[in-house]
Ligand binder design. Structure first.
Ligand code: GUN
Length: 291
């Protein structure tokens, strides 16, 4: 079994980005700048945003954090979005999700200028992705693509089953893997909460991508011998360690490890890859390579 090491791929991608950023600096260009909008102080969102800002510093991008109160209204947040759209000093920005319940997420995402939408969540970027036009790809799907590429996993003609149809993982990765390019050219099935007999569908997969949000749900009875397993889950479960918890995926690693041909571990698989596209998209925005 081949362990698909996301940390290794992420370090490789970061060093490539660092070289491009150094070139900008050496030629006297403006250093790419990413802004992150954080509404409220949901602990997971604070941790994610901090890790994005830290990653910027690591490769020499500048960044700023726009912290807004939990009680901000939809109109006030829209005004802030308009300001960021007009701010020529920043190349791209993200609005960390989830937003508080009183704010309509899609309404806000639709207000982000597509050319600054480095998360790739705007309908224009998702539409362009579907048509294989230049666009910003969303973080987790692009991370998965880079892992498949790095390890030269054969995808053409393979049956890929994606479990989960979220807008940020399941739907975009199913589109990417069905496109006429490498990695892609898969026959894709999307399974979701209304799917009947999930197990028999998963057992047909040559490549199984699981983004379900249920700790260790997929065991060896769900997979075909030799399947490539991509585990997108990041679940906190209680344990007896000093921290009191551990992080597990949606796949039961111990159960499937001797049946699959390759697998992303959790932690250390897809997780470390999810920041790469954000940094790469910010660089592309600065160099005007997409729009
Ligand atoms: N919340 C969970 N994942 C993401 C992401 O990739 N981008 C943003 N903005 N929010 C998220």
């Amino acid at each position: 079994m081949l362990l698909l090491d996301g940390k290794k791929v992420s370090d490789y991608e970061l060093s490539k980005l660092e070289i491009e950023i150094n070139k900008i600096k050496q030629s006297g260009g403006r250093v790419p700048h990413l802004a992150a909008v954080l509404v409220g102080n949901n602990p997971a969102s604070v941790a994610y945003v901090n890790s994005k800002i830290k990653a910027c510093a690591r490769i020499g991008l500048t960044s700023s954090l726009v912290s807004l109160p939990e009680t901000i209204s939809e109109i006030e947040l829209t005004q802030k979005i308009n300001e960021l759209n007009d701010d020529a000093s920043l190349d791209g920005y993200i609005v960390q999700l989830p937003l508080p319940k009183h704010i309509n997420e899609q309404f806000i995402l639709d207000k982000i200028a597509p050319e600054k939408d480095v998360d790739g969540f705007h309908p224009v970027n998702i539409g362009r992705m579907t048509l294989s036009l230049p666009c910003y790809l969303p973080a987790t799907p692009m991370g998965i693509i880079k892992i498949l590429e790095y390890y030269k996993i054969e995808t053409e003609g393979k049956h890929c089953v994606v479990v989960g149809r979220s807008h940020i993982v399941g739907t975009p990765i199913s589109i990417l893997l069905s496109r006429n390019e490498y990695p892609g050219n898969c026959t894709v099935t999307i399974a979701h909460s209304k799917t009947t007999d999930l197990k028999s569908i998963c057992r047909q997969a040559d490549i199984l991508i699981v983004a379900l949000g249920r700790p260790e749900f997929i065991d060896d009875s769900y997979i075909k011998e030799g399947c490539v397993v991509i585990d997108v889950g990041i679940n906190r479960v209680e344990d007896t360690s000093t921290k009191g918890y551990k992080i597990v995926g949606d796949v039961n690693f111990t159960s499937v490890k001797n049946k699959c041909s390759a697998i992303t571990p959790v932690p250390g698989g897809v997780g470390p890859m999810t920041i790469i596209s954000l940094l790469e998209n910010t660089l592309r925005a600065n160099l005007k390579q997409i729009y």
